[in-house]
Design a protein around this ligand. Structure first.
Ligand code: AMP
Length: 196
């Protein structure tokens, strides 16, 4: 299962990706989490990425693409992955296509999580991460919207829209509904504990 999860910060992609990763036995690959780990560990990449994370700016392409290439090439991603936070632009989507072609793989589906900006702002302020001040949140949302249309056009025909408003289990049910029938997954009706 190779999925890309698109949607604004605070749409619940990470929560859903975590649940699906546990269920399907494939890693949840979040570029935000990977960067935060590097920052926390003070690696050279972390030192470079830190200022961008603080400002809510995108980390430069070369750093981000190398990080993703390394992560998707790791053994535990051989059977699949749930990619969260990448790609964020058409340039990154092209980079992903190149990475996957190099691995002889292809994406199964793109899920677009849709939710109102004001709900996102309220959710993220409640979460209280270091880069979750209102100004930075609104900046991240602006960047997201600037990039999204072209990214959705890029993935046209491969995207399923998920209404991300509501309780976690409701959203999970919608996500599973959007995956039903995916090659190799068969019918997902047995996943009752995940909200079906
Ligand atoms: P997230 O956890 O997805 O909200 O990401 C947190 C921060 O990590 C973002 O505000 C960016 O600074 C950085 N980041 C995460 N993913 C990417 C990406 N695909 N390209 C560039 N920067 C990213």
């Amino acid at each position: 299962m190779r999925l890309v999860l698109l949607g604004p910060p605070g749409a619940g992609k990470g929560t859903q990706a975590g649940l699906l990763a546990a269920e399907f036995g494939v890693p949840h690959v979040s570029t935000g989490d990977l960067f935060r780990t590097h920052v926390a560990q003070g690696t050279p990449l972390g030192l470079e990425a830190d200022e961008y994370l603080r400002a809510g700016e995108l980390v430069p392409a070369e750093l981000t693409t190398a990080l993703v290439a390394e992560r998707l090439g790791a053994a535990d991603a051989a059977r699949g992955f749930l990619l969260d936070g990448f790609p964020r632009s058409v340039v990154q989507a092209d980079a992903l296509a190149t990475i996957l072609a190099g691995l002889g793989k292809r994406l199964d589906r793109v899920l677009e999580f849709r939710i109102d900006d004001e709900i996102v702002v309220r959710r993220l302020l409640a979460r209280g991460r270091a880069d979750d001040t209102e100004g930075v949140i609104r900046h991240r949302l602006r960047i997201h919207h600037e990039q999204t249309d072209s990214l959705l056009a890029y993935y046209a025909g491969r995207t399923a829209v998920v209404d991300a408003l509501g309780e976690v289990e409701d959203v999970t049910r919608r996500v599973l509904g959007s995956l039903d029938g995916l090659d190799g997954l068969g019918h997902l009706g047995h996943l009752g504990h995940l909200g079906r």
